[in-house]
Design a protein around this ligand. Structure first.
Ligand SMILES: NC(=O)c1ccc[n+]([C@@H]2O[C@H](COP(=O)([O-])OP(=O)(O)OC[C@H]3O[C@@H](n4cnc5c(N)ncnc54)[C@H](O)[C@@H]3O)[C@@H](O)[C@H]2O)c1
Ligand SMILES: N[C@H](CO)Cc1c[nH]c[nH+]1
Ligand SMILES: [Zn+2]
Length: 427
């Protein structure tokens, strides 16, 4: 892993990545799904997942056999994680509100759940039951009445048992074994089997991401979550084995994942580099992690912790770990990060799986302006305005002045006609 002074580091993630080929492939997949519905989804699933499906819906017997294929420890941990994630998201609940005024007007906001949401659970590089939890639970807490899940099948049409158990534990009753851009098309346009949704959430590979981007407008989407990334700020008190392990936890996700350590201690930098070499060799997903570390990994040496924080804010990581002597003292200085992990025991996977906060986070530096997936993604708001006669008579002329300046006479007239009819008769 390269060790270099922070001043020499250039953020070299290609923001203008040329995806013309994939974009064209996605457009053609979406057009097929739109035109031919289920038949197209079946053909595309055969082409990309090598699965021949009669029924797009996950058959009931598949759930029944799934429990026998996972460990009791998995089921127990999953149930506890579900509780933790639910409790955390309950705290994000918003309520409708009304603001009465002395002049009798009433202003407010009504918060309502979305009606039908589609959740994409990735299944290509790694099946991710935890991602099902992180998307379904906030939708449930928000009160979304219809939650439909899609996830890709293997060549035999099977879905990973961990995902099936997660769906069963979450009480999901509508789930389809389809993935990629064809799943996004089916959710957005609808097919004979799948009714269209209002919003699609969940991460996925480049085909999924581009398809979500393409259908945005017809339906809402959560975000375009790219490959995972992590940045660890460490001082001389940090354990290099812990830092290396945490950098690798995200590197194993994707060859395009980004793992960066920033430290004012040159000695720690060298020890992290050594620990990383030791640990990476033992990983089953070594090839993916090595590609990520070679491509995007770096250990940056700064003059002090202040500069380390500056670098972190510039990179705006998805996950930021503060492995320093006094992590809470630095917390207020972190401006851009999807999730912040404090101290040596808050290792990133605590957040990925169990603690409660959502693991669907802004990647690729978008933490500068985006937030983690939350209850807000599953509700919509309507403003409420009730003006009585008194309020309109008191403010009508001001509204007319504003409308006339915009040259919108019909707007002005809608107010004026009431002032003329009602003027002087305030009760
Ligand atoms: N940021 C986050 O919160 C977060 C969380 C979990 C996962 N992720 C990311 O999600 C991604 C998951 O990707 P994945 O590939 O493992 O699973 P995936 O389910 O997104 O993609 C698999 C599907 O892609 C389609 N596909 C594959 N090759 C294709 C081709 N050549 N043309 C058209 N379609 C094709 C297939 O239909 C297949 O079903 C990873 O990059 C991972 O890092 C991000
Ligand atoms: N770290 C990923 C989000 O960037 C989420 C995840 C799922 N499973 C393990 N990790
Ligand atoms: Zn992860």
């Amino acid at each position: 892993m390269k060790v270099l002074p922070a001043a020499e580091y250039r953020l070299d993630r290609d923001q203008t990545e040329n995806l013309t080929e994939q974009r064209e492939a996605v457009q053609s997949i979406l057009s097929e799904v739109r035109a031919k519905g289920d038949a197209a989804v079946r053909d595309l699933t055969k082409r990309f997942d090598r699965a021949e499906l009669d029924d797009l819906r996950i058959p009931d017997e598949m759930y029944e056999s799934a429990y026998a294929q996972v460990t009791p420890a998995f089921v127990e941990a999953l149930r506890e994680a579900i509780v933790n994630i639910r409790v955390y998201h309950e705290a994000q609940k918003r309520t409708s509100w009304m603001l009465p005024s002395a002049d009798g007007s009433l202003l407010g906001q009504i918060v309502r759940p979305l009606k039908r949401v589609g959740v994409y659970v990735p299944g290509g590089l790694a099946p991710l039951p935890s991602t099902a939890l992180m998307n379904v639970i906030p939708a449930q807490v928000a009160g979304v009445p219809e939650i439909v899940v899609t996830t890709p099948p293997d060549a035999e049409g099977r879905v990973h048992p961990g995902i099936l158990v997660a769906l069963k534990e979450l009480g999901i009753t509508e789930a389809y074994r389809i993935g990629g851009a064809q799943a996004i098309g089916a959710l957005a346009y609808g097919t004979e089997t799948i009714r269209p949704v209002d919003k699609i959430t969940g991460p996925g590979n480049v085909y999924v991401a581009l398809a979500k981007q393409a259908v945005y407008g017809l339906v809402a989407i959560d975000m375009i979550a790219g490959p995972s990334d992590i940045l660890v700020i460490a001082d001389e008190t940090a354990d290099p084995d812990y830092v290396a392990a945490d950098l690798l936890s995200q590197a194993e996700h994707d060859p395009m994942a980004q793992s960066i350590c920033v430290t004012p201690s040159h000695d720690l930098a060298m020890r992290v580099a050594t620990a990383l070499v030791e640990q990476i060799g033992k990983l089953p997903r070594r090839e993916i992690a090595e590609a990520a570390i070679r491509g995007q990994g770096a250990i940056l040496v700064t003059k002090d912790l202040d500069e380390a924080v500056e670098v972190a804010n510039r990179i705006a990581p998805e996950h930021l770990e503060l492995m320093v002597a006094q992590p809470t003292e630095w917390l207020g200085r972190i401006e851009n990060a999807g999730a912040i992990f404090l101290g040596p025991y808050s290792t990133e996977p605590v957040g990925d799986y169990f603690a409660g906060p959502n693991h669907t986070l802004p990647t690729y530096g978008t933490a500068r302006f985006s937030s983690p997936l939350s209850l807000d993604d599953f509700v919509k708001k309507s403003s409420v305005i009730q003006y009585g006669k008194q309020a309109l008579l008191a403010n009508g002329e001001k509204i007319i002045a504003l409308a006339e300046t915009e040259g919108l006479d019909a707007h002005a007239n809608a107010v004026r006609i009431r002032l003329q009819k009602e003027g002087g008769s305030i009760q």
